[in-house]
Design a protein around this ligand. Structure first.
Ligand code: ATP
Ligand code: SF4
Ligand code: MG
Length: 388
């Protein structure tokens, strides 16, 4: 575990904005194959299609977007579990795709994953002790029996479980406790980065806040950097320093977390925000309501130009369906330098110069999510209420 002196160093680096993960022009395309004898590639799923993103050491970056927009694929590519079709992912200054053998194994120790469903990610036949030791052994951290035993107790203590849990099996725990075991497993090898993919969406709302609080405490204690993937805006709001909003393989907006909620600038983000319930009835009545009409297009056949143009209530006759907007810093009062938006008309929309209009649903090849949002809603990201 990190010593206090290391933590101080980590915090200083975070304040200095040192980049731990640097994603440049990342594309991950999956071939769609058909054929009985010869596999023919008949198309591609453009799961991640041109993403630039930096995660600073010590920060929590929240990634949100509808089911199928490519969040998990992006997270997996950062951990070198998907091979980029194009672009690069650097971790601590090294291109992860170029690493092989021992160097890759050593790098993997520094990047760990926490999964959505701890029941399916933890082998039910292994005791908690075996599950934790397995990860450590893979990285040569299980050399001395007494040291390992002390380490296991330390890990369980850190995630709020008693030492007696070591002898038990995953089915003997509640969902929240299982997720604590999943977190202890990720922590066991002393990582710098944890990619948490929907870490609380399988849990009861009452337990979600506890697990999110635990993640925050562990971040401070061990100087961790997080990428938290969620389809729920309330979850990322709770935990993130910065947030990226994804739509069909690309980032459409990125900002410091508070600013994104106070000043959402991309039409898609505005629609997501407008679906999050506000506890104050007066504010609830007064706030902007934007219902998205039209199906989410298929990532195998994304719309031309701006990918959101088939559903955008501010779509303009020029540029929107021809030219893909880049993520750029916008000149909008109140927007700071780190606030980037991929919309040609962001300034005009923010100034109220471009009126909102009805969206006439267009025939698009819609997205049939193989892994639908947890509540079955086609509009996953804003479907669950505020937590904590
Ligand atoms: N190994 C794969 N082979 C082919 N297609 C894939 C593969 N993995 C993901 N996809 C497709 O890539 C797209 C993006 O998937 P991804 O799982 O990254 O989305 P997501 O945003 O995490 O969605 P969810 O919120 O449902 O978890 C989807 O259309 C998905 O079906
Ligand atoms: S570029 Fe056009 S279609 Fe895309 S979000 Fe902006 S206004 Fe809407
Ligand atoms: Mg996913």
């Amino acid at each position: 575990m990190a010593e206090p002196s290391t933590r101080t160093t980590e915090q200083t680096r975070a304040q200095a904005g040192e980049v731990l993960v640097d994603v440049r022009g990342l594309k991950v395309h999956f071939p769609i194959k058909r054929g009985v004898v010869f596999d023919r590639t008949i198309g591609h799923v453009y799961a991640v299609d041109g993403v630039d993103l930096q995660i600073r050491r010590g920060e929590t970056y929240g990634l949100v977007g509808e089911s199928g927009c490519g969040k998990s694929t992006l997270g997996r590519a950062i951990l070198n579990l998907e091979t980029p079709t194009e672009g690069t992912v650097s971790f601590d200054g090294e291109d992860v795709a170029s690493l092989t053998g021992e160097r890759l194994r050593r790098k993997r120790q520094h990047m760990q994953m926490v999964f959505q469903d701890p029941m399916s990610s933890l082998d039910p036949r292994q005791s908690v002790e075996a599950l934790l030791v397995e990860g450590m052994r893979a990285h040569g951290l299980d050399q001395d029996k007494a040291a390992t035993s002390a380490r296991l107790r330390e890990l369980l203590g850190a995630v709020g479980l008693p030492a007696a849990a070591l002898a038990k099996y995953p089915h003997e725990f509640s969902g929240g406790q299982r997720q604590r075991i999943g977190i202890a497993r990720a922590l066991s090898v002393g990582p710098d980065l944890i990619v948490a993919d929907e870490p609380v969406s399988a849990l009861d709302v009452s337990v979600q806040a506890q697990v999110l609080n635990l993640l925050e405490e562990l971040q401070v204690e061990f100087g961790l950097t997080y990428l938290v993937v969620a389809h729920d805006l309330a979850v990322v709001r709770h935990i993130s320093d910065r947030i990226g909003v994804m739509y069909l393989g690309g980032l459409v907006e990125e900002s410091e977390a508070g600013e994104l909620y106070d000043l959402p600038l991309h039409p898609y983000t505005r629609a997501l925000m407008s679906a999050v319930p506000v506890p104050d009835p007066a504010l609830e009545d007064a706030r902007e309501q934007i219902l998205l009409t039209g199906d989410l297009p298929s990532p195998s056949n994304p719309p031309t130009g701006c990918r959101f143009h088939t559903r955008c209530p501010w779509r303009q006759p020029t540029r929107c369906d021809e030219e893909r907007p880049q993520l750029r810093v916008v000149e909008v009062p109140g927007a700071t330098e780190g606030h980037r938006v991929a919309c040609h008309w962001a300034e005009g929309i923010a100034a109220g110069e471009i009126p909102r209009h009805e969206v006439v649903p267009q025939a698009v090849e819609s997205y049939d999510a193989t892994t639908p949002a947890d509540d079955g809603s086609p509009f996953g990201p804003a479907s669950v209420g505020e937590v904590g």
